[in-house]
Design a protein around this ligand. Structure first.
Ligand code: DAH
Length: 357
């Protein structure tokens, strides 16, 4: 009995991991373990022998069991300690620098435009970039033979030869959203419609995709005077200048009558553009009173309602405001450019903190 005891106490203390310990347990106390076999022998003993051997064996069994449990806990503790040794974090280390993205100037300027017009009571309307030729042209009083259709360098969606449907186009301007809004909400209307537009053109001032913002106001007694005030407000706030002079130049658009292109007074000294002073003029948008045919196309009665519309290049005014020389660079995805001209997400110009950088 003493030999058994010494043998297994040593084996338990030598066990290096839980598997080895389990082997020891089976060898001693398992069904065919040495101690278990001894217990079985008790049956063959005389009552006197049993009285001595029984309690001793039971005591041995209990001792081994508690030694096994103690060792098991010790092994588990050792494993945990080893893990704690290797898996640790120095929470006092300064955090690693992460790459923080920047807000693209187009997104930034779009937000600025939206917030300025929102302040004047305009909400935002959107339309699809893939447009039917009806919304992009016909509804805007640009019929099939009209030169404006050809001038717009339109991208047409591919149609299989047996597809009889009228063509879809990549919208060449945001003006179709005017008609969609008229259909959807009826008059009165005060919306701006920002978004991407497409034309097959590429040079320093043209990219096949660019951005416009459309404005549309319909009511019973709106006039060019309201258009002028709204645009002056916008330009003053957007360029952060107290005084601006706008020049309305008679022009022609099929969807407005009368139509005007709007220039803004500026100076170009030493290649530096200054808005609001000087002797130069810079064209920034097209505008006019919405053509009765366009109102009718949108389901609005031109005998009751009238209003103004305008269309402005977002990329264009972004270049002017933030001194970005080449339109193409907007869409190059050059990280150095984005870091230079982009805006920190928590440090953007806005209506409340000021719109100049
Ligand atoms: N859609 C015109 C363009 O892309 C811009 C424009 C001119 C929009 C006059 C208007 C407008 O709403 O009244 O060239």
């Amino acid at each position: 009995m003493d030999d058994l005891r010494l043998k297994y106490i040593k084996a338990i203390s030598d066990a290096r991991d839980e598997n080895a310990l389990e082997d020891v347990r089976l060898a001693a106390l398992g069904k065919k373990g040495e101690v278990s076999l001894q217990m079985r022998e008790l049956g063959k003993m005389t009552p006197e022998e049993r009285k001595v051997a029984g309690p001793t064996l039971n005591a041995l069994k209990d001792e081994l069991n508690s030694a096994l449990n103690a060792k098991k806990t010790a092994l588990a503790d050792a494993v945990l300690n080893a893990r704690l040794e290797t898996e640790w974090l120095d929470v006092t280390l300064p955090s690693r620098a992460t790459n923080i993205g920047s807000v693209h100037p187009i997104s930034q300027v779009t937000e600025e435009v939206i917030s300025i017009f929102a302040d004047m009571g305009f909400s935002v309307a959107e339309g699809p970039r893939i447009e039917t030729d009806w919304y992009n042209f016909d509804a805007l009083n640009i019929p099939g033979h009209h030169p404006a259709r050809a001038e717009m360098d339109t991208f047409y969606m591919k149609r299989s030869s047996d597809d009889e449907r009228p063509p879809h186009v990549l919208r060449t301007h945001t003006s179709p959203v005017q008609v969609r809004t008229m259909e959807k909400s009826g008059a009165p209307i005060r919306v701006i419609c920002p978004g991407g537009v497409y034309r097959a053109d590429y040079d320093q001032t043209h990219t096949p995709m660019f951005h416009q913002v459309e404005g549309l106001a319909i009511d019973k007694d709106l006039s060019m005077a309201n258009l002028k005030w709204v645009l002056e407000q916008f330009v003053k706030i957007f360029f952060s200048v107290d005084d601006v002079e706008l020049r309305f130049r008679a022009s022609h658009f099929p969807f407005t009558e009368p139509s005007a292109e709007v220039d803004i007074r500026c100076s170009w000294d030493d290649g530096q553009l200054k808005i609001g002073e000087g002797n130069d003029w810079l064209e920034i948008l097209g505008s006019g009173m919405v053509h009765p045919k366009v109102l009718s196309a949108g389901g609005i009665d031109p005998n009751i309602w009238q209003g103004f519309a305008f269309g402005m290049g977002i990329d264009r005014i972004a270049m002017l405001k933030y001194g970005i020389p080449d339109l193409r660079s907007f869409f190059d995805s050059d990280l150095r450019w984005l870091r230079h001209y982009g805006f920190a997400s928590l440090d953007q110009p806005n209506l409340h903190a000021g719109l100049s950088r």
